[in-house]
Design a protein around this ligand. Structure first.
Ligand SMILES: [Zn+2]
Length: 377
């Protein structure tokens, strides 16, 4: 339904509390709360006399349309060279997590592609109803309760189309707004305006969720999701602005402890306790980077095989490494596509430094303070 969370670094690990299938090479994860929604919907449907499975089948078809909507985004994104990491289905809708969001016209077309799928689906369903001469429901009441499921699906697709185009950044309509504005006034101001409009819409959604009664929990969840999402997008854009023109060299930590491949986990555990470091580069006898030992792997190792095990056996052998002159915007993107560990900064001589999300955050804060203290001319 909406596509807010593509770039949150703190996404839950894949497979946690969810089931996964693949369509066209893209993993589609179904969050476990979605199954609860199915059961709840079935129970409501049964209590209204439509039968348990009637409600469940409608909901599955509806979420089939949501998946097609997300695949619409994914297909258009692929045309611009952007891969989709996964599609996740939550009770309040779907999220296509793109590896990055391009700006300008590409963002506009990717955002429009999802709702466009719902419009096409509505058209196809309408064609089917006309050909089969299925009688239209006489009232809204009938549409929602007693109408044939194809009519209900047609209505649902129109709702998905219009709802997603509400300019509530980071929902599709908000992205359309941001992308359109950015063509005229640049990405920074466009994002701040779209985020402000999005948060205003979120407050409106929240009010509508309570008045008129009864309380509409789904709308309330969407309101919270939009409000937080818009704030995060604005912060992310400020971060990007802050690091523009800087390279990896400016953000890297240059004082850190490293391990040798033969060091024991005991030694690694001592370093973990003695420093603020979470991840330790592993340097071989020739001064080359052999890997990175992550805190999680270290703790798992200590709990299992024990403290005498060699670091070599538990380290990540394919750490992400960049050149000191890599633009920081690129580093930020890498950090967020691999939330698990640090980015190593390596040149011809060997390891120069490390960048983590934490010290990246510090760099952004420092440069914002500096920027504020220097009056712009
Ligand atoms: Zn969408």
């Amino acid at each position: 339904m909406n596509d807010a969370a593509q770039r949150r670094p703190r996404t839950p690990p894949e497979g946690g509390g969810s089931w996964s299938i693949r369509v066209g090479g893209i993993p589609i994860r179904i969050h476990f709360t979605f199954i609860l929604l199915l059961l709840w919907f079935g129970a409501i449907s049964a209590s209204q006399g439509d039968g348990f499975f009637g409600g469940v089948v409608f909901l599955l078809l509806l979420f089939g349309c949501v998946v097609l909507h997300e695949l619409g985004h994914a297909t258009m994104a692929r045309r611009f060279g952007v891969q989709t990491r996964e599609i996740v289905l939550y009770p309040i809708g779907g999220v296509a997590r793109l590896e990055r969001i391009p700006s300008g016209k590409a963002e506009l077309l990717i955002a429009l592609a999802g709702p466009a799928v719902n419009l096409v689906l509505a058209g196809l369903l309408f064609g089917y109803l006309v050909v089969r001469q299925v009688r239209a429901p006489g009232s809204a009441e009938e549409l929602l309760t007693g109408a044939p499921v194809v009519w209900q699906l047609l209505f649902a697709n129109l709702v998905l189309f219009f709802f997603n185009l509400i300019p509530a950044f980071p929902m599709d309509g908000g992205r359309v707004l941001r992308a359109t504005l950015s063509l005229a006034i640049g990405q920074d101001r466009a994002t701040q305006i779209a985020a402000t409009v999005g948060q205003g819409m979120a407050i409106l959604f929240a009010m509508l969720a309570f008045f008129p009664p009864p309380i509409k929990p789904v709308l309330l969840l969407i309101a919270i999701f939009v409000f937080l999402g818009a704030g995060q997008e604005a912060a992310f854009q400020r971060g990007r602005t802050a690091v523009r023109g800087l390279t990896a060299r400016a953000a890297m930590v240059t004082r850190f402890e490293s391990l040798a491949p033969q060091d024991s986990l005991q030694r690694a555990a001592e370093l973990l306790l003695a420093t603020h470091q979470q991840d330790f580069p592993v340097i071989d006898a020739w001064g080359r980077v052999a890997g990175v030992l992550h805190r999680g792997a270290l703790l798992t190792g200590l709990a299992g095989p024990g403290r005498d095990m060699a670091v070599l056996d538990l380290m990540d052998r394919e750490p992400v490494a960049v050149d000191p002159e890599t633009p920081l915007e690129e580093v930020l993107r890498l950090l967020q596509s691999r939330p698990a560990g640090p980015i190593l900064v390596v040149d011809a001589e060997g390891l120069k430094g490390m960048i983590t999300l934490e010290n990246f955050g510090e760099l952004i804060e420092v440069s914002q303070v500096l920027r504020r203290s220097q009056p712009s001319t």
